[in-house]
Design a protein around this ligand. Sequence first.
Ligand code: ZN
Length: 346
Amino acid sequence: MTKQSMLAVVKANAAPGVELQTIPVPKPKAGELLVKVKAASICGTDISIYDWTPWAEGHIKPPIVIGHEVVGEVIEINPSVGSGQAVYAEDIKIGDLVSSETHIFCGSCYQCRIGNRHICENMELFGIGRNGGFAEYETIPIRTSCKNDRSVSIEWMSTQEPLGNAVHVVTKANVAGKRVVVFGLGPTGLCAVAAAKAFGAREVIGINRGEYRRKLGKSMGCDATYDELPKTLVNQCDVVLEMSGNKECFTQALEAVRIAGTMIAFGIPKAEVSLNVGKYLINKEMTIASVFGRRIWEPWYQVSDLLKSKKVNLGKIITHEFKLKEFEKAMEIMKSGKCGKILLRP
Ligand code: ZN
């Protein structure tokens, strides 16, 4: 029998910090699953929420259970379809291990109808705009749940979401046979390194200030790593993936792109970034594109294939594991930058 109350990491107030609270176990609404969380991983977004950045302020109305990179076991299914919304899902049964897509789409807006559900106009974000998975139990809409292949480990299942972002970035950039530079070797940047290799990049170079993550970059497949862009690489890179969200990196990334090269912006800068349109965009005739989340569902299938075939080894970037109740300790290490992915277990 399901417990009545559970432990959860709650953004309780519109201020820095979070609270560990005992709250009622949620009930799945029409078209939702009740899931017993097995593992969750901490994302850079969770740091923004913890610190209460302007971005967090604009996206969160406390109280909210945070956490969006999760895997858990389905223990209840409420299949009835409410308010005319279609249920999109593989055949999900009790006992299945599912993860949640963070971008909860409406299914009926213009973007959803033309195949861009990941950038739905009415998007609700799991663990940000609605209760998430840093808890013992969570509810997930059936239409945004992804059934996991059991040959993949629980640990890897919980970190698919950032790899999905990386796969979307890498496939949008079309990296096969090319020299690729990745700015920012945080977990998603590290996933981008591995994904670029898996999708056939000729050479992958990682740029990151901290040495700890440069080492992780090497283990994920970087041919070379630097603390900043070396002069020898200015105008020499076919594809540049900006995964850091750092203002200076954004300019270095534009410097790195060769004439008629491609840059994909993924990292979200904390403040406005200016762009020299003449020098970069026009003179280089370069392509700048951006990625917000995973397309639904193609990258999830690609991620599953990369993990099943062991072409990407997420074990190399999962560096720490904590109990849910040790969240503060985990957050401290997360903020130090001396970690890859940090797992939480209820
Ligand atoms: Zn929509």
